[in-house]
Design a protein around this ligand. Structure first.
Ligand code: NAD
Length: 287
């Protein structure tokens, strides 16, 4: 029987825990603060930012959205990031991508203080992740949320064959590092992989994060495999779907995340959770 990994339900549970932790911090006189910077009018980005802001406020986090015109210069944006770095009321800083082409996204990421890097994209934190560092550090929210899902469903990763499809800095690479740190054997596939089926057909766990419709069918996977679908695509009928042909794969999979209602809600819940973690880690470091 196939188990559906219910991201919506788990996100609800995670948010409830976060809300309680926020209340606890507030009783100590501390309110976690999240700053979300958005540049330009990209509709999808504005929707994401609205969702993040609404969720943060619902959980009692002090959420600040900074909307900037796409004519802003790189130097001006860096100044704003520096101000947020220096603002004691802000524990997490997120600069929503994409940024206009005249701004170097990597440069902006490097300007965020690693202790406030709520997206976990700063090279310092990525380095810690790849070293499996034992101190506290933020991790990219989508893969971190996926690890929460795997844990919640008691999916054992030790010695398992895991295939990550996609090698972006936001999803694929940190996902591979987290699975490797958890003791799985990892293969990372990407657009230049000549035969993805060669790898997916024997995998115990597959994380698909490519933005490619119909990437995986039942014939692409092993009986009982764990299928995590990160992809977000609009299909021929105008519906939001993942990279995996859900209906086709369903009976063959052991576990599967739906789209929508899988990885997506957990990404936002993890962002909120990590804002609170950054607040607590800051307190513990004596700052
Ligand atoms: P990206 O465009 O930065 O990276 C896509 C990766 O997929 C690349 O490494 C590319 O080489 C690989 N790829 C593309 N086509 C492929 C193919 N046919 N076969 C094998 N590999 C292929 O994208 P991203 O930011 O990593 O996002 C990937 C997908 O996940 C997108 O659909 C995005 O919308 C979605 N996403 C969802 C969430 C969420 O919370 N649900 C979060 C982030 C991204």
């Amino acid at each position: 029987m196939t188990t559906i990994i219910d991201g919506k339900q788990l996100a609800k549970k995670t948010n409830e825990q976060t809300k309680m932790e926020v209340q606890h911090l507030k009783e100590m006189g501390i309110t976690p603060g999240l700053a979300v910077v958005i540049v330009g009018n990209d509709e999808a980005s504005q929707r994401y930012v609205r969702n993040k802001n609404k969720t943060a406020q619902r959980l009692g986090i002090n959420s600040k959205v900074i909307e900037l015109a796409d004519t802003i210069t790189e130097t001006e944006l860096i100044d704003i990031v520096q101000q947020l770095n220096d603002d004691d009321a802000i524990n997490g800083i997120l600069v929503q991508d994409p940024l206009p082409t005249h701004i170097d996204e990597r440069k902006i990421t490097r300007k965020i203080k690693p202790e406030k890097d709520v997206d976990g994209f700063h090279p310092y934190n990525v380095g810690k992740l790849f070293l499996d560092d034992t101190t506290n550090y933020p991790v990219a929210c989508t893969p971190k949320g996926i690890m929460t899902m795997l844990k919640e469903y008691n999916i054992d990763l030790l010695g398992k064959k895991a295939v990550v499809i996609g090698r972006s800095a936001i999803v694929g690479k940190p996902m591979a590092a987290l699975l490797l740190n958890a003791g799985a054997s990892i293969t990372v596939l990407h657009r230049y992989t000549t035969d993805i089926l060669e790898y997916t057909k024997t995998a115990d766990v597959i994380v698909a994060a490519t933005g490619t419709l119909h990437l995986l069918q039942a014939k692409s996977i092993k009986q009982g495999a764990v299928i995590i679908d990160v992809g977000q695509n609009i299909d021929e009928t105008g519906h939001l779907v993942g990279d995996v042909d859900y209906d086709d794969v369903f009976d063959r999979a052991g576990y599967i995340t739906p789209v929508p209602g899988g990885v997506g809600p957990m990404t936002i819940a993890t962002l909120m959770q990590q804002t609170v973690e950054l607040t607590k880690w800051g307190l513990n470091s004596g700052k």
